[in-house]
Ligand binder design. Structure first.
Ligand code: RFL
Length: 414
């Protein structure tokens, strides 16, 4: 197998799976070098399975794209099991409690104490992606970055194929035994499945969205803050010592351009304010704010012939409970082990169970997300819903049973 040079460009192959006139032949083609694709690829490559990863973005892009920061214990356990948690252990921060703010009063939920100490780690997703790329290359895997025009064919045959154009403009075709579709929610993999073969269960048009803001300022807190105020929800998340992530509840369809920095800080200051000595430090925005929809969608089954979907390619879970990356990591492990069983032991039972195993985890995570959204989002025109929200937050503050229930959702299954 070949690797990539440090800038991510493909190195020439000594033979076998590199550049050649006929189709390249490999065991598994993984489309997408996000967390789902890279965990799948590492699990496969470590088992000696010939694997080719095709990624649309450059290596520099995937290693600098800021997204998730909070990883639940289930995801961390997957990474530990495969020796992929070294960077996270060295530079990540444990996270065992979180703070709610409601009507200018703050209270902390020590959630880890209700779930045997299970807790999150704060570690930027792009750093994890960089760790996974290194681990995959060290296992002898091949990655082609900056590919384009990826098309899938023959998915119900024994030898599905993928055509693509390399970074230097060369058209290529690769044949494999399986294809792992890990190319995110708008990728080409799911779109290659005939629509009648997929069942989509979704919640259309959530009235809410989040304005996602990344600021170059040290967090003003050592724990995540979920702020509920008459102006709406505001979240203060942690990334690293110089970077903070903030979210503001906005109407779905909001144009992020209507939110210049001054307006963002004014609104964060108002929504996170408490009747105690606390200041929110402001800083420069590190990227233009974006609007993240709170819509949810699940596509089943996650298998069509020899194509298996994983991670965001098979669903969209709102980022409220910070489950998306964890689910993608867990899918990657399940997929890698199932394909390995099929190739090494001719045992297709794990592949047959793959979709159900992943869907169960995902729906549990959706339930956690839905509950948290109802806890923190303000229904401006519905006083009835607001009174119920008051009760929910009050119970969370005062009832150990309510806190334990929150904790279970917050840390499981990923
Ligand atoms: P990714 O990470 O989107 O990776 C897919 C990869 O596929 C590539 N690709 C293609 N490659 C080849 N050919 C094509 N045609 C391709 N089309 C796409 C893309 O370039 C990309 O590299 O999907 P994956 O691996 O399934 O991982 C999913 C997670 O990224 C996502 O669920 C999380 O980021 C969600 N999420 C969070 N999850 C958490 O667990 N904890 C969090 O704290 C958290 N915070 C967040 C989040 C998502 C956010 N956004 C951006 C919606 C915060 C935000 C703001």
């Amino acid at each position: 197998m070949t690797g990539s040079s440090p800038d991510g460009r493909p190195l020439p192959s000594p033979g076998g799976s590199g550049r050649q006139s006929g189709p390249q032949v490999t065991d598994v083609i993984v489309i997408g070098a996000g967390v789902a694709g890279l965990v799948t690829a590492v699990v496969l490559a470590r088992q000696g399975i010939d694997t080719l990863v095709l990624e649309r973005a450059s290596r520099a892009d995937v290693e600098s794209r800021s997204r998730a920061g909070l990883l639940g214990p289930g995801a961390v356990e997957v990474l530990e099991r495969h020796g992929l948690a070294e960077g996270l252990r060295a530079a990540g921060a444990p996270h065992r409690n979180c703070e709610f703010r409601h009507r200018r009063q703050a209270f902390v939920v020590e959630y880890a104490q209700y779930v045997d100490g299970r807790h999150h780690m704060v570690y930027p997703q792009q750093k994890l992606v960089a760790d996974l790329v290194l681990a995959y290359l060290a296992a002898g895997g091949t990655i082609e970055f900056s590919v384009r025009d990826v098309t899938l064919d023959g998915l119900t045959s024994d030898r599905p194929t993928v055509a693509f154009v390399t970074a230097n403009g060369e058209g290529r075709t690769a044949k494999s035994r399986f294809i792992a579709g890990c190319d995110g929610h708008h990728g080409v993999s799911r779109a290659s499945i005939p629509w009648e073969a997929l069942r989509c269960t979704q919640q259309y048009e959530s009235p809410w969205a989040w304005l996602a803001v990344l600021a170059g300022v040290a967090p003003s807190t050592d724990k995540i803050i979920y702020g509920v105020s008459p102006q709406g929800f505001a979240g203060h998340m942690l990334r690293d010592h110089q970077t903070s992530r903030f979210y503001l509840q906005v109407e779905a369809g909001t144009d992020a351009a209507q939110w210049p920095a001054d307006r963002i800080w004014e609104e964060l200051q108002a929504r996170l304010a408490v009747d105690e000595d606390w200041e929110l430090a402001e800083g420069p925005l590190l990227e233009p704010p974006s609007v993240v929809a709170m819509d949810s969608a699940f596509y089943e089954p996650m298998r069509f012939g020899r194509l298996l979907l994983a991670g965001d390619a098979s669903r969209r879970v709102p980022p409220a409970a910070a489950k998306g990356a964890g689910l993608a990591i867990a899918d990657g492990e399940t997929l890698g082990l199932a394909v390995a069983a099929a190739l090494h032991d001719l045992d297709e039972r794990p592949l047959d169970a793959y979709s159900d195993v992943c869907q169960r985890r995902a729906w549990l995570s959706q339930e956690a997300s839905t509950k948290l959204l109802h806890m923190v989002h303000v229904e401006f025109s519905d006083p009835f819903a607001q009174r119920l929200q008051d009760v929910r937050l009050d119970r969370l503050r005062t009832s150990p049973a309510a806190a334990a229930d929150f904790a279970e959702h917050y840390v499981s299954p990923v």
